[in-house]
Design a protein around this ligand. Structure first.
Ligand code: ZN
Ligand code: ZN
Length: 446
């Protein structure tokens, strides 16, 4: 236990003691937290080995065969009934412990097509083939932290099985980064071959202090749409542009004008982002190409903002082409993940317990602008809570915040390097307490 955790526990215990009889439940949380901490501490060497093994050997969306097998083996060893290959590489692990609700806990399995540059002793040097190209693979989103926390929470909940009744449904989902794994598991009968859970939980790590947990009621992550536009021109000699229609210039104009949809058309108080992440056109300095392809991402929270932005993007693209007397562009907008909506009742129940356990280190935060296909499970009718845990030394986070230290690498950075022990321990503790809160609330409501 860290010194800070000990102080928090002591002060929370004092608070609980100072309040008269209704504070009994709070005392239980303190005892539970101590029991959970002891359990995690004892299990940690195994969790650390699992984490570092998964970190060093990451696998990309729908290729997570070895990763899935490792998790399946861990859960079988704990006594879970395990089914593999749900939604291609997904894992479903069930543990029944009497009558009660079914509670789902999700982890992701996949890593990213990028090179890790952390210099850690357990850094990944693995490569794979993705979309026809060789690429490095790295767990730069921290899904390996989630997997270790997931196994740790399962083990801890089994150790506390006199505290709850019902069914644990631990699922390991493929392809979160391509926002397609949750859909694949649902299409493969996740909620029909297995029981649809009564509640769901998931966590994600982020570039803030370890030991801290952030949460939200309502919108938890953004809607994501991907954008692909091909501008058609008429290629020719770079020295004779008058005989061409230049799609590079059309694309350049579009990339700049596009941002006026955000700054001039969208309500400035509403969240909306569009970023162009890839431009492909041309082969040589003196050839004007026929076509230029752009790819981008569109992020919003609200459907009406999304509709306004999609219409603005399309109009701006057509106008950019029309200005050069070019043919209309091909515009393809593919719907990705929907925003994760956290269920107010599930969050409030868990928040009461987590606030006692973590004090000021458990706090609300604005909605996250990344997207998450955990929303697929929520939209399939599972009231859920999605929360975040920090990964860096609090001192480094404070220094970055004050401007006295460097900015810390975020998820998807090649330098993203969580501090494993405190991060995983917080993940296990918070997830275990959140699940216990839902079992407890359900039992009280009967
Ligand atoms: Zn990610
Ligand atoms: Zn992620």
């Amino acid at each position: 236990m860290t010194r800070l955790a000990r102080i928090l526990l002591t002060s929370a215990a004092l608070c609980a003691a100072a309040i008269s009889s209704p504070a009994r439940a709070e005392l239980d949380v303190i005892k539970l937290k101590a029991a959970i901490e002891a359990s995690v501490e004892a299990d940690y060497p195994k969790l650390d080995a699992l984490y570092k093994d998964i970190h060093a050997h990451p696998e990309i969306a729908f290729q997570e065969v070895k990763t899935a097998a490792k998790l399946a083996a861990e859960m079988r060893a704990l006594g879970f009934e395990v089914t593999e290959k749900i939604g291609k590489t997904g894992v479903v692990a069930i543990y029944r412990n009497g009558d009660g609700p079914t509670i789902m806990v999700r982890t992701e399995l996949d890593a990213l097509p990028m090179e890790e540059k952390t210099g850690l002793s357990y850094a990944s040097r693995d490569k794979t083939n993705w979309n026809g190209q060789d690429t490095f693979v790295a767990h730069s989103c921290g899904h390996d932290i989630h997997m270790a926390s997931w196994v740790g929470a399962a083990k801890t909940l089994l150790g506390l099985k006199d505290q709850w009744h019902g069914t644990l449904m631990f699922i390991a989902q493929p392809a979160e980064e391509t926002v397609s794994g949750a859909k694949a598991m649902l299409a493969d009968g996740l909620f029909t071959r297995f029981k649809k859970p009564d509640f769901g939980f998931a966590l994600h790590d982020g570039a803030f202090a370890y030991g801290s947990i952030t949460y939200r009621i309502g919108i938890g992550s953004s809607n994501s749409d991907s954008l692909q536009i091909t501008f058609h021109g008429r290629g020719g000699h770079g020295a004779a542009p008058q005989r061409t229609v230049d799609p590079v210039m059309i694309a350049a104009r579009f990339v700049v004008d596009l941002q006026s949809v955000i700054s001039r058309e969208k309500d400035p108080t509403e969240f909306g982002v569009v970023s162009i992440g890839a431009i492909h056109g041309g082969t040589a300095e003196n050839i004007i190409p026929d076509d230029v392809l752009l790819r981008g991402t569109i992020r919003t929270f609200k459907p009406e903002v999304r509709a306004k932005m999609l219409a603005g993007i399309e109009r701006t693209a057509k106008a950019a082409a029309a200005m050069s007397d070019a043919p209309a562009p091909d515009i393809k907008i593919t719907e990705g993940a929907k925003a994760v909506m956290n269920d107010p009742a599930v969050v409030e129940t868990a928040a009461k317990v987590l606030k006692i356990a973590f004090g000021d280190d458990f706090r609300t935060s604005p909605p996250g602008t990344p997207s998450e296909d955990f929303s697929e499970f929520v939209n399939a009718g599972v009231p859920s809570m999605f929360f975040n845990i920090g990964v860096y030394e609090p001192e480094r986070v404070a220094a970055a915040y004050n401007g006295t230290g460097p900015q810390l690498p975020s998820n998807h950075s090649p330098q993203f390097a969580p501090v494993p022990k405190p991060t995983i321990e917080t993940g296990v503790e918070a997830m275990t307490l959140a699940v216990l809160s839902a079992f407890d609330q359900y039992a009280k409501g009967k």
